[in-house]
Design a protein around this ligand. Sequence first.
Ligand SMILES: Cc1cc2nc3c(=O)[nH]c(=O)nc-3n(C[C@H](O)[C@H](O)[C@H](O)COP(=O)(O)O)c2cc1C
Length: 174
Amino acid sequence: MTAIDPRELRNACGQFGTGVTIITTHCEGRDHGMTANAFMSVSLEPPLVAISIAKSARMLRNIQSSGRFAVSVLAEGMEDLAWHFAGKPKLDLRDVFERHNDLPVIANAAAYFVTDLADEIIAGDHTIFLGHVREMSLQPSTRPLLFFRGRFGSLADPHPAPAMLENAAYEFVW
Ligand SMILES: Cc1cc2nc3c(=O)[nH]c(=O)nc-3n(C[C@H](O)[C@H](O)[C@H](O)COP(=O)(O)O)c2cc1C
């Protein structure tokens, strides 16, 4: 078996286009945010979401210590926030956060989830955190910021109108 080169693995995974989130928590009197695209829905009943955080990230210990985290799904045009919370701080953050259930979330995000830590799984150089969703909100007409091949982007095509979805030949229900 040939060894897997980490850089090639990252490039191959970069073919999987994702949205972009900011993970937030509140720890020792301070708000902390981190950009992440390793986010997924896990379960509807109970309502669980998952994130994957590198061992080297300060966010790892902050979530372990607070036992809570929020996930804000970034909207189109929020690249500055994504860079800011990925270690390239350049924004005045006074207007960035709003509070829900005592956790900071990004104002005007496409969606947010406020969670209690339900479980954590050590996975190589990352830890997967499962969050039990306690509060959430979404902006149905907001378009998402996207991440593909290491670059930010946006949807090329407009959303299909809800009427078109109702008449669609296939319904995506899971
Ligand atoms: C688009 C994008 C997605 C990222 N996704 C993740 C991720 O899912 N998990 C992770 O641990 N780091 C991810 N990172 C890197 C972290 O944002 C970065 O290491 C951050 O500075 C860590 O912050 P902290 O040490 O203050 O917690 C991502 C960075 C970018 C730009």
